[in-house]
Design a protein around this ligand. Structure first.
Ligand code: ADP
Ligand code: ZN
Ligand code: ZN
Length: 748
């Protein structure tokens, strides 16, 4: 194999690739993005060959030249990264290579076939001395005025692109080519640094004077930074309490120590508005942004900027935790409760666990921040495994919004059959009259449908698991996604004998229609998975809502994060029940989080915001606690339930999925796994449920089975599961795949 290598020298002549042979013993180690040592040039005495550093930018089969061998690979992944990959493979039941793929420069995975076509640009340099050129002009060797103009322009603007030359001199590409042919200039192909922040120019912001609560948090964390110590902190602060300001100042501190920083945020809140706050505090050149909307080339560039030490601040979604950054001074995970930190694809890692490992390795603090911490995180804080820092007040003195709860049962009893209660209707009308904006929110998650009695709010729950049963239309059955329990669809409410039983699904479209009917003069915009499709569109809708001052935004929960709408004073939650009845043991927690987050969207400025929550279950404690914005009360109630029902953080839920083309085989494999686990796991500690077909038991040609286990995934248990997998794979079940997920986000 042949590597295309760019020599790491600034000489313009060397701005091209050189081919080198990859010797057999290095074949495994060299990939695009590898730093290599290659023989290059002669030593001063002209005898032996010097070694130069270069970067592998391409790999191909053949070359037309006679080439030398690459001498060595200097730097690829670090040993720590390899160690981490091995640790992950064991913990998340996947291959080491799956994990390494997260760490290598993006676009290098399928090195042999699809090389990343680096975007390049043609730049123009003078080839002769200025004096020589001016001599030629005097001697009339150059006659064309356009040629003269171009050469003069280049005198002050070497490295301009052909397009720039065309624009500023009126010359053309053909004239440039002629100058090249005549030896006056050279055209150099240059890699474009596709910095996604390139077009940003923001006014610089200074550190704000911290409030006492902020200062206390800052001091405790920086004390650890000063002593080069790992410690995990949870900053629990209401929305607007100034968490981000603390992050900014902590990053400033890390930079002043000549260290680097990683900031993780949920993918969806990686909005320009959020990133702007970091750019306006720090030089944008210092920031690398990593998220899924970057093209592969952009990611490749960002990765390299980080690797080369040009960007000491990395901001990104989950996988940015694997950025090739060294000498880390602080790791920050914002909105730490967000489920996107747990990967649902192989490797099914938890970025918070990875962050903890990396922080420990770097002897630096790890900061988790949230207004509604993950119950597991808060539990650890209570157990003093994580240091709790609290911010109880809003930093800019704006007050928290008022929250009102509307009982939809009463609404129905009073003959109002629409999706909008009278209270919400009046509030919208008032807002329209005052030219304020409104957000209406249907907090639905996932794809499941549940049924509910509209008379009394009763929903059918599993008697084993206390989780809402999901309606399966095809079989007309209600199923528990945890234990497989199923029952027939009810048509009469078992609680109040009413027949007003209804299926609940999405309804953003219907809601928008209803709004348009009720308020024909109001402008509306809708955001849900139908309207958010192409790249950036989520962003576009929100910008449109903000910039064009559209009266009402109707959407699902994707509207809640990272955005700041100064003119929004009213938020309506149209049916809080949708998230209360998701088929998940975290239904209460999700509801509390969502309601608190949406409430945080209202009245972020001087004006006080108003939130109206509509529900059939007004007495539900998650709704009540969200109304009072009382996290602690919520936590205490919910944690007691978790303990009683043995859900996390008390026991892990381990989901094993089997996937197979062959029905007989899938049964055999899952039975083998079941037997092995029953024999090898402690039966006091683990509750192992029998394998059964998954709630969706076939996708295309694949049969799907699953097994659920409750217990603590200790190191010992982890070994049992790994041994089990090894055994099964050795039995040569070719058609079946097994995946194990600990505390998955979704049980589907
Ligand atoms: P959070 O991240 O907790 O939601 P932010 O850091 O975004 O909070 O702060 C909310 C608002 O308060 C922002 O407009 C921010 O500029 C302002 N703010 C934060 N800290 C201070 C401070 N110490 N003094 C004055 N204003 C502050
Ligand atoms: Zn009922
Ligand atoms: Zn159940």
């Amino acid at each position: 194999m042949i590597a295309e290598v760019i020599i790491n020298r600034s000489a313009k002549k060397l701005n091209r690739t050189f081919d080198y042979n990859i010797p057999k013993n290095l074949e495994e180690l060299i990939m695009i993005g590898s730093t290599v040592l290659v023989p290059f040039g002669k030593s001063a005495e002209g005898k032996e060959t010097n070694l130069a550093t270069g970067y592998v930018v391409g790999i191909k089969e053949n070359t037309a030249y006679e080439v030398k061998d690459i001498a060595n690979v200097k730097h690829n992944l670090t040993e720590n990264q390899i160690e981490l990959a091995k640790w992950m493979a064991k913990r998340y039941f996947c291959n080491v290579s799956d994990c390494i793929n997260l760490m290598v420069t993006p676009g290098t995975k399928s090195q042999k076939k699809n090389n990343v076509q680096e975007k390049t640009i043609n730049t123009v340099y003078l080839k002769k001395d200025i004096e020589e050129i001016e001599f030629d002009i005097e001697e009339n060797k150059i006659k064309s005025e356009k040629q003269k103009k171009i050469l003069q322009f280049l005198k002050n603007n070497e490295g301009a692109t052909i397009a720039e030359i065309e624009m500023f001199t009126g010359g053309t590409r053909a004239i440039v080519k002629t100058l090249e042919k005549n030896g006056y200039i050279e055209i150099v192909e240059k890699k474009i640094e596709r910095n996604p922040l390139a077009n940003k120019n923001l006014e610089k912001t200074e550190n704000l004077k911290l409030t006492d609560e902020q200062q206390n948090a800052f001091n405790q964390i920086t004390k650890k930074m000063d002593n080069n110590q790992y410690e995990q902190f949870l900053i629990h602060g209401v929305t607007g309490s100034g968490k981000t300001e603390i992050y900014l100042q902590l990053i400033g501190k890390a930079l002043s120590q000549d260290k680097t920083a990683i900031v993780l945020v949920p993918e969806i809140s990686l909005t320009p508005q959020m990133i702007d706050r970091f750019i306006s505090r720090f030089n944008k050149e210092k920031i690398a942004v990593l998220h899924s909307k970057l093209s592969i080339g952009e990611r490749y560039d960002e990765w390299n900027r980080i690797k080369e030490g040009k960007a000491p601040i990395v901001i990104g979604a989950r996988s940015a935790i694997f950025a090739p950054i060294e000498n880390i001074g602080i790791i920050i995970i914002d909105e730490e409760h967000d489920s996107s930190y747990k990967s649902e694809a192989v490797p099914k890692y938890d970025a918070k666990e990875i962050a903890k490992k990396i922080a420990k390795e770097n002897n630096c603090p790890l900061i988790l921040g949230s207004a509604t911490p993950d119950l597991n995180t808060y539990y650890k804080a209570k157990e003093e495994k994580i240091k709790l820092l609290e911010l109880t007040k809003r930093a800019n003195n704006s007050s928290l919004p008022t929250v009102e709860v509307v009982d939809l049962k009463t609404e129905l009893a009073n003959g109002n059959r629409s999706m909008i209660s009278l209270l919400l209707h009046d509030a919208i009308a008032k807002n329209l009259a005052e030219k304020k904006q409104t957000i209406l929110f249907l907090n639905r998650r996932g794809f499941s449908t549940f049924i509910m009695c509209r008379e009394c709010g009763y929903t059918v729950k599993c008697k084993n698991c206390d989780i809402s049963l999901t309606y399966h239309k095809f079989e007309n059955k209600l199923k528990c996604h945890y234990c497989g329990y199923e029952e027939d669809v009810v048509t009469v409410c078992p609680e109040c004998h009413s027949t007003k039983i209804r299926y609940f699904g999405t309804g953003t479209q219907r809601l928008e229609q209803e709004i348009n009917k009720e308020f024909p003069n109001a402008s509306t915009i809708r955001m849900d998975k139908d309207t958010v499709t192409k790249k950036n569109s989520h962003e576009e809708i929100l910008n449109k809502f903000k910039d064009e001052n559209i009266d009402i935004l109707v959407g699902t929960q994707m509207i809640v994060k990272g955005h700041h709408f100064p003119n929004v004073t009213l938020v309506g939650v149209v049916a809080a029940d949708s998230s209360l009845n998701i088929d998940d043991y975290r239904a209460n927690e999700r509801t509390f989080q969502i309601l608190t987050q949406v409430a945080g969207r209202a009245g972020r400025e001087k004006e006080q915001g108003k939130v109206i929550i509509q529900t059939y279950n007004p007495e539900n404690f998650a709704i009540q606690c969200a109304k009072k914005q009382d996290y602690k009360k919520f936590y205490e109630t919910e944690i007691a339930l978790r303990e009683q029902l043995k859900y996390p953080p008390f026991k892990d839920i381990i989901l094993i999925n089997f996937n197979s083309l062959v029905e007989n085989e899938i049964k055999q494999v899952s039975l083998d796994v079941y037997k092995y686990l029953v024999e090898n796991l402690n039966s006091e500690e683990f509750k192992i449920m029998k394998p059964m077909p998954s709630p969706i038991d076939r996708i295309q040609n694949y049969y799907r089975w699953r097994m659920i286990i409750k217990g603590n995934m200790t190191t010992e248990a982890n070994n049992v599961f790994n041994d089990c997998l090894k055994l099964i794979y050795n039995k040569n079940y070719k058609n079946t795949r097994i995946s194990i997920d600990v505390n998955p986000n979704s049980m589907i």
